[in-house]
Each structure stands twice: as C-alpha cells, then as structure tokens.
Design a protein around this ligand. Structure first.
Ligand code: DX5
Ligand code: ZN
Length: 220
C-alpha cells in the first residue's frame, strides 16, 4: 500500500476541549480519528461511548476508526454505526461468532476489522482474513494509553503481512499502542499501514507538528 496512515487516538485528547482537539486533527495531516471504547469488563478501564463519539462526529471531517474493547460487541454495532463510526474493529477475543459480527458491521454500512491482543496468534485469522478491511495488532495490553510498546509486535506484523500478501488481499495492518517517532519507521518496514498514536501526539506541545512528523517518517 502506498500511503501510510496516521490515526491519532482521541483517548489522549482533552475532553474539556474536545471540539478544539477534533479541529486540530481535522487541520493536521492525520488520516483518521481513532476512537477507543472500553467497557470495564473486556479491559480494566472505562472510556466513553455513543454521546462522546457523536460529539466528535459533529466536528470531524475525517473517518472515525472505532476500536471496541468491549465484551460481546455484537450488542452495539448498529448504535456505533448510527453515531458516526466509519470503521469498526472488534477483538477476536471478545465475540464468539466473529464472522457474523463482521457481517453485522458491513450490514450497518461500516468497514469491518478484527483486533488481536498482544499474544493471540496471528494464525487464528487465516479463514477470516478475506473478510477483514483491516487487522489491528495491539502492541500493548489494551486498556490504557501511555504504555510502552512491546517489541514482539514486529515479528507479528511480518507474519501477518506474509499471510495477506500470499492471499493477494489488500487488508490493512494497523498498529496500536506506544507508537512514536522512534519506532514508526521500523513498523513500516515490518509491513504495517496504519498507525495509532495517542500520548505521543497529545502530550506534545505541538500535536499538529507531531502528526506531520509521523506522517513524513511513515511515508519516507
Ligand atoms: C489502548 C488503546 C490505544 C491507546 C494508545 O487500549 O487501544 O488506542 O489510546 O495510546 P498510546 O499511543 O498512548 O499508547
Ligand atoms: Zn485503540
């Protein structure tokens, strides 16, 4: 894939200034908004749900990439589509009938993707891969921003890239957790296409410039 994409994670935004931070992303070189939904069951943290997504959607001019870290996500797909999700990813570990859940996402008019926890083998994707617009590989244990990137991710990306290419698919590989200007180039070399960055972007005094830097590094 030619252009590598940057998806700032709104989990690290200032919720008191959500419109300002949404407009910052609009006016930056970012490609998507990454939206983390946590239920306090699948992951040990609670983030936000439909009303906050709707508030972001109201101002966003770029696609919303909604990452569901919730148990039985099939209960809420239509609602997430209704509040403006463009891409919905569900964890392999969170839904029993994965194929059915992806179909439900497609039927709701969204692009469908699967997320794997840090050590769930990429081989479990073998049969579902043709149905995936994207696979999101977690590079941390999900639940919190600001954690350290885990190096095992590199060989997981390489393995998955090989599976995708061997099948002639155009499934994107997204990486989420601890992405910075220090590791993005190596992630591109391993075969990733989309990069989520939360704290690295929002904790920087100049988030717009940080996004631009990530975009340039990823595409150089
Ligand atoms: C964590 C979330 C991530 C998080 C990334 O479970 O899925 O999207 O916001 O944050 P950073 O970039 O700070 O690791
Ligand atoms: Zn995420």
């Amino acid at each position: 894939m030619s252009s590598k994409l940057i998806a700032p994670s709104m989990l690290a935004a200032d919720f008191g200034n959500l419109q300002r931070d949404t407009e910052m992303v609009n006016n930056s070189e970012a490609d998507w908004f990454h939206i983390d939904v946590m239920d306090g069951h699948f992951v040990p943290n609670i983030s936000y749900g439909m009303p906050v997504i709707q508030a972001i959607k109201k101002h966003a001019t770029k696609p919303l990439d909604v990452h569901l870290m919730i148990e039985k996500p099939e209960r809420y797909i239509e609602e997430f589509a209704k509040v403006g999700a463009d891409i919905i990813t569900v964890h392999y570990e969170s839904t029993i009938h994965l194929h059915r859940t992806l179909t439900q996402i497609e039927d709701a008019g969204c692009k469908a993707g699967v997320v794997l926890n840090l050590t769930t083998p990429v081989s479990v994707l073998e049969d579902i891969l043709p149905k995936c617009y994207m696979v999101l590989l977690m590079s941390i244990n999900p639940g919190f921003g600001g954690q350290k990137f885990e190096d095992i991710t590199y060989h997981r990306i390489t393995k998955l890239r090989k599976m995708i290419d061997e099948r002639g698919l155009d499934t994107r590989i997204e990486v989420d957790g601890g992405v910075t200007d220090k590791n993005i180039k190596q992630l591109v070399d391993a075969g990733a296409d989309v990069f989520v960055a939360g704290s690295h972007v929002f904790k920087n005094p100049d988030p717009t410039e940080t996004i631009k830097q990530l975009k340039t590094l990823a595409n150089s």
